[in-house]
Design a protein around this ligand. Structure first.
Ligand SMILES: Cc1cc2nc3c(=O)[nH]c(=O)nc-3n(C[C@H](O)[C@H](O)[C@H](O)COP(=O)(O)O)c2cc1C
Length: 229
């Protein structure tokens, strides 16, 4: 986890000047970002939230349509109400599942625990797209929000905050109609995912991922040797 002690540079966004921590390079941030599911109760300061949202808004989108709408929820009562449809549909989904590895079970247990504690997460952010401001094709729609969501999570990480992306509330079978109603989200706006945000209550190591040799092909699918490329 980064420390925020050393502040060497500032960033001006609109009228506001922010002190920026400079310890974490972009590459360090990308390579240490984890999904954190336990948060301290400390509130997320508004200036940090603003930097996070500004950073999200710098992402690419199809034809620069910027179709995103972020619904930031801090109110504990609202979070508790939102939890109900998301948890119910998640538990239904789990009950319908079968044969899972122990590793997956551990992830799912942590995921369920986070969901049960939704009202304790300092902030939750519903990441939505306005369907009237984005192309009709589904691939362009989703590709026009996920870079912004990744920016949001990396910015939070750089500021010493932690995030976990989930898809709760993002489809009819995940409670989307109820969530949209509670939040007053209009018909033409679709929830794509949800980000839990707060100061981390746990320290996680670096992400565990497959080595690049397992999924990289040079010039032709199946040609995995980089030398002579
Ligand atoms: C599309 C998507 C859906 C996810 N859904 C959930 C979820 O419902 N609950 C959860 O706790 N984590 C969820 N995650 C987080 C993943 O479980 C996590 O990224 C993965 O286990 C790797 O862990 P790490 O990011 O800490 O390395 C989701 C991530 C993505 C990209």
């Amino acid at each position: 986890m980064i420390s925020l002690c050393e502040v060497r540079e500032s960033l001006t966004l609109g009228e506001i000047r922010f002190n920026m921590p400079r310890e974490m390079t972009v590459l360090e941030g990308i390579n240490s970002l984890r999904s954190v599911r336990k948060f301290k109760s400390d509130p997320v300061p508004e200036d940090k939230l603003r930097i996070i949202l500004e950073s999200a808004s710098k992402a690419a989108s199809g034809s620069n349509t910027q179709p995103w709408e972020f619904v930031v929820v801090r109110d504990a009562k609202m979070k508790a109400r939102l939890k109900e449809p998301m948890l119910r549909t998640w538990l239904e989904r789990l009950a319908g599942g079968s044969g899972m590895s122990q590793r997956m079970r551990d992830v799912y247990d942590d995921a369920t625990e986070m969901l049960r504690n939704t009202e304790k997460a300092p902030v939750i952010i519903y990441c939505c797209i306005d369907l009237d401001r984005v192309g009709k094709s589904e691939e362009v729609r989703y590709a026009s929000i996920y870079p912004a969501v990744q920016n949001l999570m990396l910015a939070a990480h750089a500021l010493g905050l932690a995030t976990c992306l989930t898809v709760h509330g993002s489809t009819p079978t995940r409670g989307e109609p109820e969530v949209k109603k509670l939040l007053g989200i209009p018909e033409n706006v679709k929830i794509t995912c949800l980000v839990y945000l707060g100061y981390p209550a746990v320290r996680l190591g670096h992400p565990k991922r497959k080595p690049i040799e397992k999924f990289t092909h040079y010039n032709h699918y199946g040609h995995r040797v980089l030398s002579g490329f």
